[in-house]
Design a protein around this ligand. Structure first.
Ligand SMILES: *[C@@H]1O[C@H](CO)[C@@H](O)[C@H](O)[C@H]1NC(C)=O
Ligand SMILES: *[C@@H]1O[C@H](CO)[C@@H](O)[C@H](O)[C@H]1NC(C)=O
Ligand SMILES: *[C@@H]1O[C@H](CO)[C@@H](O)[C@H](O)[C@H]1NC(C)=O
Ligand SMILES: *[C@@H]1O[C@H](CO)[C@@H](O)[C@H](O)[C@H]1NC(C)=O
Length: 358
């Protein structure tokens, strides 16, 4: 190609338009890739990967030494500190971490949204937890209905200040991180091939949940795929057949999101490859300052607090990827979050604070 003045001008004009309009990876023109979205609230649905205290409030409290690294006390999370969803709240500038819907004694307000995720939850009913995705969606619908009711029919200003505004529901970011327990439960109670065969029906339920939220006004969705399985180790600290099933789930999840985007006018979907972020961390653990991946889990040492022995936790969580054999440490969550928040693991490739343009 010969560079004439015209082609140069055209190139500059094209670059300028690219910059002004922003063009997403799938070629769709979006308002401006540089403009930040304002999310007044976050609503999160999921399992223990993003449970900020729901299960702990509903059943038995998660005790020491959970929370020790960041909160200085148990915080209801299966972790020594913050989860990926907490790093998201920080990035989005929310005034507090998303409060669990089930936590009736929380000091944080619901003004920035609510967290419906609970440990053990699956998409399909009948797994480890009673709070499967459909229950979480019902809880959200009740939450929304009650917020609107309170705002319309009470004069209690202090009470209203602790709630989202009715218009926030259509401007909020809706996050999903769920599916791992469907696969784990399937593999624990049926064969690999039966588990594989169940994936389409699990994703149909996921799709129905998204459509319910859409009909309630939700428009911006940020969906994490399912991570690699934990602690039964091959040389990278992962179980190969289980991970093949996780990858198949993820492939089908991604095409489900493409379908949803095509069918739901005005909705924005970001598919987040948390699997690859987590897998890369395990694969390069040593280079990242963590212990050897063969020492992936830090569930070996016991901790004594005031004479009580607590098992299943680790003495030095900042050097380990896994907190308890299943859940990641804060250090690992922080590492993974850096890749997830800036959009480098996303389709389309945009950071979380621009997800409304997806
Ligand atoms: C609440 O108030 C808004 C605005 O005044 C109105 O549009 C809406 O229908 C009311 N909702 C309920 C459930 O009363
Ligand atoms: C198999 O199912 C039972 C309940 O039906 C459940 O308690 C158990 O945890 C499941 N096993 C595995 C390994 O997932
Ligand atoms: C240990 O016990 C002392 C005295 O009973 C108490 O002040 C302290 O808070 C306890 N520490 C923990 C971590 O529970
Ligand atoms: C995202 O953050 C990671 C980790 O800091 C970095 O390696 C990567 O280059 C960043 N990507 C983009 C697109 O900013």
């Amino acid at each position: 190609m010969v560079f004439t003045k015209e082609t140069q001008m055209f190139g500059l004009l094209f670059l300028f338009l690219f910059w002004v309009l922003g063009v997403s990876t799938n070629g769709v023109v979006i308002p401006s890739a540089l403009e930040k979205c304002h999310f007044p609230a976050v609503f999160n649905f999921g399992d223990s990967n993003s449970d900020t205290g729901g299960l702990s409030a509903a059943f038995w409290a998660i005790g020491w030494p959970s929370g020790e690294t960041f909160f200085g006390k148990p915080s209801g999370r299966s972790c020594d500190g913050r989860l990926i969803v907490d790093f998201m709240s920080e990035e989005l500038g929310l005034t507090s971490y998303v409060r669990p819907y089930l936590d009736s004694l929380g000091l944080d307000s619901f003004s920035n949204g609510a967290n419906f995720a609970t440990g053990g939850s699956s998409i399909k009913q009948g797994g480890y937890s009673p709070f499967h995705l459909d229950v979480q969606i019902s809880q959200f619908r009740q939450f929304k209905a009650r917020v609107i009711d309170i705002v319309n029919y009470t004069q209690h200003e202090k009470g209203k200040a602790d709630l989202p505004k009715p218009e926030d529901f259509s401007k909020a970011l809706y996050i999903f991180d769920i599916g791992q327990n469907d696969l784990a439960f399937g593999l624990g109670n049926s064969s690999e091939s039966e588990t594989l065969a169940s994936i389409p029906s699990i994703l149909d339920l996921f799709s129905a949940a998204v459509q319910q939220l859409y009909s309630e006004g939700a428009r911006v969705f940020w969906v994490h795929n399912t991570g690699p399985f934990g602690c039964d180790l091959d040389k990278n600290g992962c179980v190969i057949p289980l991970n093949e099933i996780a990858q198949e789930f993820n492939t089908q999840l991604k095409s489900k999101l493409t379908q949803l985007k095509a069918n739901l006018a005005g909705a924005a979907f970001t598919y987040v490859d948390a699997y690859t972020a987590k897998f890369n961390l395990v694969n390069t653990a040593k280079a990242q300052g963590f212990v050897d991946p063969l020492d992936f889990c830090c569930c070996r040492e016991k901790v004594v607090v005031n004479g009580t022995v607590y098992g299943g936790s680790c003495a030095n969580p900042t050097k380990h990827i896994s907190w308890d054999g299943t859940h990641y440490t804060e250090a690992a969550n922080k590492w993974v979050s850096k890749f997830i928040l800036n959009g480098s693991m996303s389709d389309p490739l945009i950071p979380i604070n621009q997800a409304c343009h997806a």
